[in-house]
Design a protein around this ligand. Structure first.
Ligand code: DAH
Length: 332
């Protein structure tokens, strides 16, 4: 019996050292050490042997059992180490390989549109002006001929900043306050554009963002009139979009200009898209900044940069501009 068991154990050891996965080891383990194994059967027969034989056979069985248990443990260890090595291999990050895949980034679409607008206006003789994003009521409204009682004040959906003085400090709701800051600090003639971020209580949807970008234009010089305004808008639209796009002015109302207009640009299908507001600077606004309206005249305009970018790149939803989805951004 012992010789047979030894031969079986030797064969099992060979199978264990050749095993290629842990399931196989488990199956061999059950085969040679389990309840139905020859070893267990031999152990059960011990009771029927003479005491002398029983001792020798018992020791032989135990020895074989220990050999097999050690062989199973060794096979388990070997295969677990192999599995770990394979996992490391599979999950290893080859950084040298990634480096060669790095893509060059690009400026955000809105920044590109803003840069291009600045280029176009600088090419027409304008300089770039800037102002703060947090404003007082004087700059955002009052100096622009929008006193506290004025109904237009409500239409700006202003976001106020609570510094303990309600309604005095706000996130600017348009770039027009930069007109005031420029006129306060600069002697005419003035030819500036002021791009920048603006804020309103709007809920984001396909055509609105609560934080958006505008560009303001202001000219103050002698003998300036509506014709100069119309010519400037037409010129800038042609350089920004290329020759095919037409412009038109529609009478409108803004407290800071008189007369006031809205300006539209033509879409490829012949329909019109409203782009912004404009007009001849109101004499009160010039006077508020210490400029004599008898001597100087001006025109101003303002429009949304995000909408302009959306039109130029045919975006269906303006929120794409703030979603930070690289799959979208990489296209530009
Ligand atoms: N500030 C206006 C707005 O946000 C746009 C605007 C209209 C600006 C007429 C101007 C202007 O400079 O003359 O709705």
């Amino acid at each position: 019996m012992s010789a047979e068991l030894k031969a079986g154990a030797a064969e099992a050891e060979q199978r264990l050292s050749a095993a290629t996965d842990l399931d196989e080891v488990r199956a061999i383990d059950a085969d040679v050490l389990g309840k139905k194994s020859a070893l267990t059967a031999a152990k059960k027969q011990l009771g029927g042997l003479e005491p002398e034989d029983r001792k020798a056979a018992g020791m032989a069985i135990n020895e074989i059992r220990q050999r097999l248990e050690a062989a199973v443990a060794a096979a388990n260890d070997r295969l677990a180490a192999d599995a770990r090595a394979a996992q490391y291999e599979a999950e290893c990050l080859d950084l040298s390989e990634k480096l060669s895949e790095i893509r060059r980034g690009s400026l955000h679409l809105t920044t590109q549109a803003r840069d291009r607008l600045e280029d176009v206006f600088v090419g027409m003789g304008f300089t770039i002006a800037e102002g703060p994003e947090v404003e007082t009521a004087w700059y955002n409204f009052e100096a622009l001929n929008i006193p506290e009682w004025h109904p237009a004040r409500g239409s700006f959906d202003t976001i106020f900043v609570d510094l303990g003085e309600p309604e005095e400090v706000m996130l600017r709701s348009h770039t027009s306050p930069v007109q005031i800051r420029t006129m306060e600090n600069t002697e005419p003639p003035i030819y500036i554009v002021a791009p920048g971020r603006t804020f309103r209580t709007d809920t984001a949807d396909a055509t609105h963002l609560p934080a958006f970008n505008q560009i303001e234009g202001l000219v103050v010089d002698r003998g300036i009139g509506l014709g100069d305004l119309a010519g400037t808008i037409d010129e800038f639209v042609k350089s920004f979009f290329g020759g095919e796009v037409k412009t038109r002015l529609r009478p409108s109302y803004f407290p800071f200009t008189e007369p006031s207009a809205e300006f539209d640009i033509s879409r490829p299908d012949g329909s019109w898209l409203e782009l912004g507001g404009c007009g001849v600077v109101h004499p009160n606004v010039l006077a508020n900044c210490g400029i004599d309206p008898e001597e100087w005249q001006g025109f101003a305009f303002g429009f949304g940069i995000d909408r302009l970018a959306a039109m130029r790149y045919q975006l269906d939803d303006i929120r794409e501009l703030v979603n930070s989805d690289v799959r979208f951004l990489r296209q530009f």
